[in-house]
Design a protein around this ligand. Structure first.
Ligand SMILES: Nc1ncnc2c1ncn2[C@@H]1O[C@H](COP(=O)(O)OP(=O)(O)OP(=O)(O)O)[C@@H](O)[C@H]1O
Ligand SMILES: [Mg+2]
Length: 252
């Protein structure tokens, strides 16, 4: 059974059709990279999965149960949306840490509010996650005392604290100085395991090539190409994919 299955997702803003029928599935432990030019709909797709936007059509299923059905007349309640959202962890380009709390509290906050275990358990788990992203020495620091790369690693620990079924990254390194990009990509790479399923929207082609099980190239709201990194990077079928990859390579 797939962890995530999305079928014919469509989304328009006014008369602009941004997603024109996106379908794919993800198996447990898979890493999917989504690449594509600016404006192709990558962020909108992640936002629809996370219920920050409501898709107009299509279905979204997690672990075999349908959590969204665009054809259903019944509107999801706020509490249904909140619980659906918990299937997904989201790490944005901007880290959005709480500036008034130290690193430990930033990571503990959501599981504490949602009562995911005793205070001792929540703290032990947060400490383990902070260690996993290599920041144990910064546990009592405040976000403003950390570099951008370190803040992004805290944001990753915070997203993991709610044990999402699927962890989604939206260009996690594009706000960072190139020197800090590597440390964040290494942390993401280190999370890859048979239990963690990830979707990474990225412009880092080398990363997409080396970490992904599948690569999806989006253009103008459709899936232009989908396959293994060897397929998509090594033998792209569509002219649009070839042009995009040539352009991306020229930039470096
Ligand atoms: N809330 C909104 N209202 C109106 N139009 C929107 C909204 N959000 C996105 N769009 C439009 O949808 C299109 C796709 O935007 P989206 O942010 O999904 O692209 P993207 O692939 O993530 O681009 P980038 O690589 O620049 O992040 C764009 O034309 C954008 O202007
Ligand atoms: Mg985007």
């Amino acid at each position: 059974m797939s962890v995530l299955e999305i079928n014919n997702i469509k989304k328009s803003f006014g008369r602009t059709e941004v997603l024109k029928g996106i379908s794919f599935s993800l198996e447990k432990g898979e890493v999917l990279s989504i690449i594509g030019s600016s404006g192709s709909g990558k962020t909108t797709l992640l936002r629809c999965l996370n219920f920050l936007e409501t898709a107009d059509e299509g279905t979204i299923s997690v672990n075999g149960s349908t959590i969204f059905d665009g054809s259903s007349a019944k509107k999801l309640s706020d509490s249904e949306i909140r619980s659906n959202r918990l299937h997904f962890g989201l790490v944005f380009q901007s880290f959005n840490l709480f500036p008034q709390y130290n690193i430990l509290k930033n990571v503990m906050l959501a599981p504490t509010l949602l009562k995911r275990g005793s205070p001792e358990e929540v703290e032990a788990q947060a400490r383990a996650l902070i260690e996993r992203v290599g920041l144990s020495d910064k546990i009592s620091s405040y976000p403003c005392e950390l570099s951008g790369g370190q803040q992004q690693r805290v944001a990753i620990a915070r997203a993991l604290a709610l044990k999402p079924d699927i962890l989604c990254f939206d260009e996690p390194t594009s706000a960072l100085d190139p020197a800090l990009t590597g440390e964040v990509l290494r942390v993401i790479k280190g999370l890859k395991s048979k239990d963690s399923t990830m979707i990474v929207v990225t412009h880092e082609m080398e990363f997409a090539k080396s970490v992904s099980d599948k690569v999806l190239f989006m253009a103008d709201g459709i899936i232009e190409e989908y396959g293994t990194p060897d397929d998509v990077f090594g033998a792209p079928k569509s002219e649009k994919t070839k042009a995009f990859l040539n352009n991306s390579l020229e930039r470096f």
